[in-house]
Design a protein around this ligand. Structure first.
Ligand code: FEO
Ligand code: CA
Ligand code: CA
Length: 534
């Protein structure tokens, strides 16, 4: 098993100013290897990393190139367009040559000024209706042409949108807030893949669209940012789920068994007997990491949900039949799952620093979790956590939690968000310094958000090499490799999001000149992919 830790200086710096997330982890300073100041990559290492930059472009290290596949507003068929704020991607091959497939893309959020023209004051129903078409996800057929570039097949029969108007049933035998189905999926941030070829898309900041309420009765305790509830009084409890989508049919279902929170991502492991284990994080300061262990083979419907106590290395059951404190505070298991954050706190879950993406290392089998930051607790730059299950058994209820890497100036990245492993178990990391904080204060040295290559073995293990920098205000999201590893699909999300309106753009990516900024999904290619992955 490869064991890589944060270097000592950053480790100590981090511990010195942040406590809650890491104080209880089973990491001892003695485990942390010394690093040499000024250490650089070996002479045989092929990649020359880029330096942080404020350029309004997708800047790539030498040996890489990119092209846009599609962008906000592009027609995917006669009646639907590609949505806003693209995030997670997944590729379902339709041949064995990595030249034809279905690309799923999440649409996490909206820039109202850009899509509905809303810039303040009373929002109209017409504006809300436009905005509701720009969230959810896109399924598009893409093909690699003779030029080696990927193109969307416009009007392909597979092309379709899931939006805030798509009816999606709950995969559960009890109604959720009085209904067997939800209207729409939204706030789709990151996701995951199932062993049977469907994708999981995670509803994260759902409160931005229909607000929040503390209990399943009564009025909202918090109004939404986008104000959709004024015209569509959908229950907030219908959002915040992990949603499974069949890319070939567009059929979707909300997986109630995985609980309801601000799910960032979901990583699925399947055991030899067909039982699945799913890890999923709740992206908010002080929230938690969850693990679902299925009850039936090839299904994510029934099972037991656990939450991590990283201080003691225990997965704590959220089954109401096993926890008297849950029996005292919840009506039934459905109520536990709808308000899973409250349940997690009652059983003693450890608060974490914004658990975002979760991925399983294909080589070691360990689970990696990005903890983006927790500014209120003095943790500006975040870290990457490694979960080592006891005896390597994903169904174990005991584990060790270790710090794999700590963000900061020395390692070169800040605010880790999306992770992808290549086939060698090396990490490709996308970071998310928020647009409003980028290039300011603590975050100034990192400049625009970047994408990093982190070897996990060999003499460069644990170092971060920047391979890309995004245009102004954006985050780079959703890294996914094509099956042949010749293409890395990523999204550029919310370039120009700090613009003051239609007359003052902070970005003109991707088309340059005086054009509007638009989120887009791109294909990164080049000989450096071969050299780094082989
Ligand atoms: Fe949508 Fe947690 O990033
Ligand atoms: Ca994210
Ligand atoms: Ca993010």
């Amino acid at each position: 098993m490869k064991v890589i830790h944060a270097n000592r200086r950053e480790f100590i710096k981090f511990f010195g100013r942040s406590g809650i997330a890491i104080a209880g982890l089973s990491v001892l300073p003695g485990c942390v290897p010394e690093s040499k100041e000024g250490e650089s990559a070996s002479s045989s290492f092929p990649l020359t990393p880029i330096q942080p930059t404020k350029s309004d472009d997708l800047v790539l290290a030498e040996g890489f190139n990119y092209h846009v596949i599609t962008k906000l507003g592009d027609k995917i068929n006669d009646s639907e367009t590609y949505g806003d704020n693209n995030d997670y991607t997944a590729f379902l091959p339709l041949n064995d040559k990595s030249t034809d497939g279905l690309l799923w893309v999440n649409h996490e959020n909206i820039n109202p000024w850009l899509i509905s023209g809303y810039t303040g004051g009373e929002k109209t129903k017409e504006q809300v209706d436009i905005e509701m078409q720009h969230v959810g996800g896109s399924i598009i057929r893409i093909k690699k042409t003779d030029t080696g570039k990927w193109e969307m097949v416009e009007n392909d029969p597979y092309n379709r949108r899931l939006t805030a108007n798509t009816k999606i049933p709950f995969e559960w035998d009890q109604p959720i807030a009085g209904s067997a189905e939800a209207i729409g999926t939204l706030a789709n941030c990151a996701g995951g893949l199932t062993p049977w070829g469907t994708i999981l898309t995670c509803e994260e900041n759902y409160h931005n669209f229909f607000g929040l309420r503390d209990l399943q009765e009564g009025p909202r305790t918090r109004q939404s940012v986008h104000g959709w509830e004024k015209y569509y009084d959908h229950p907030p409890e219908h959002y915040g789920w992990v949603v499974e989508v069949d890319l070939k049919t567009g059929d979707a279902k909300k997986l109630v068994g995985l609980g309801r929170c601000e799910h960032e991502a979901a990583a699925v492991h399947q055991e030899d007997d067909g039982i699945c284990v799913v890890y999923t994080g709740d992206d908010k300061e002080g929230e938690h990491l969850y693990k679902f262990i299925g009850a039936e083979a090839n299904s994510l419907t029934r099972g037991t949900l656990y939450v991590a106590d990283t201080e003691n290395g225990k997965w704590l059951s959220l089954d109401i039949n096993e926890q008297p404190i849950l029996q005292q505070n919840f009506k039934d298991q459905t109520d536990v799952l709808v308000r899973v954050r409250d349940a997690a706190k009652l059983v003693g879950a450890t608060p974490l620093d914004r658990p975002e993406d979760v991925e399983i290392d294909p080589i070691s089998g360990n689970t990696f979790v990005t903890l983006t930051n927790n500014v209120a607790e003095g943790n500006f730059h975040g870290s990457i956590l490694k979960i080592v299950e006891k005896n390597g058994d994903k169904r174990s209820l005991e584990f060790a939690a270790e710090v794999f890497a700590v963000g900061g100036e020395e390692i070169g990245f800040s605010c880790p968000d999306n992770l992808a492993f290549d086939k060698n178990g090396n990490i490709w990391l996308a970071c998310d310094i928020s647009g409003s904080k980028m290039n300011k204060g603590e975050y100034a040295p990192f400049k625009n958000n970047g994408l990093y290559f982190i070897p996990t073995a060999g003499e460069n293990a644990g170092k971060a090499f920047q391979i890309a920098s995004g245009p102004h205000d954006c985050e780079i999201t959703g890294p996914t490799f094509s099956p042949d590893y010749k293409t890395l699909f990523v999204c550029v999300q919310h370039p120009g999001s700090e613009s003051e309106g239609m007359n003052s753009f902070t970005s003109h990516w991707p088309e340059g000149g005086d054009t509007l900024p638009r989120s887009a999904v791109v294909a990164i290619q080049g000989e450096m992919l071969d050299r780094l992955i082989g």
